[in-house]
Design a protein around this ligand. Sequence first.
Ligand code: 13P
Length: 341
Amino acid sequence: MNTNTLREVAKQMVAPGKGILAADESTGTCEKRFAKIDVPCTEENRKAYRGMLFATPGLGEYISGVIMYDETIRQSAPDGTSFVQILQNAGILPGIKVDQGTTAMEGSPNEKVTKGLEGLPERLKEYATLGAKFAKWRAVITIDAVLPTDANIRQNAKDLAAYAKACQEAGIVPIVEPEVLMDGTHSMERCREVSERALTALFEELKNASVLIEGIILKTNMVIPAKESGEKKSASEIAEATVALFRKILPDNLPGQAFLSGGQSEVEATENLNAINKRGPHPWKLSFSYGRALQDSALKKWKGSKENAPAAQKILLHRAKMNSLATLGKYSSEMENRSTS
Ligand code: 13P
């Protein structure tokens, strides 16, 4: 394992003004997204859509890396150029989701654990030969009146650590993603408390597994009220709670933390990220690794038609730029209208 390469790639992933595009939706998730625009979720359509996103002119100015799905990292554009090559040509690091989705936890069926540790070293070896420089594994933590259990938090932390170690041994930087879900009715304070438990356990297990902290990127949720909580919090309140938690738990040698959007709207995700960075400087880069909050409007514009590709790419580039500014704390909502017109 070349630890310098791991350090270098992790740094590039959160380079100033850059963040990550999560385009690693499983086929099931893609089906749900495509259903909203009435496009059948065929392999051809998934390829056309992802190919359109990756070929966005100028994307590399704001996007450091793209997370792909197993199917996607093997695909090519109609002219035969592989998606990996297209990203590399744009100065974007190719990444790959390596977990295999979630399943009910034994003994606590309303909670989830993540599958995919079996055979992981072999799969990582193949992904490295396909050009992947970083990987992602997502663990989900569910909140309700009694959940999460400590057992669930511990199991997810252990599995994330085992995954991270396997990645580093294969020369791949792991994105370590514990996601406390925004689903439900819980308050921001409850999200904070559960996020603290999840992150504490995670850093304990990363240490137990001797994972090189300088060679990982954390991807977690903001401290935020649940979607159905009825609680309204401003961007500055969300930023204050999120930064306070991170200062308590995240080690200073962590290179960066790239947020998931988790169900926030596009503009909310940008505003919150901006408020978080306005409170800097922080010891770590605080960036984005958004899926829905980068893609939603672009997907709607694309609608399965090649003719809409340039307009959809423009929308994606705009969101990438807005989030890039937010990583620097330089975003303001007036910019939304200015650069789409
Ligand atoms: P969202 O930003 O849509 O939550 O997706 C990010 C992601 O990769 C979740 O694993």
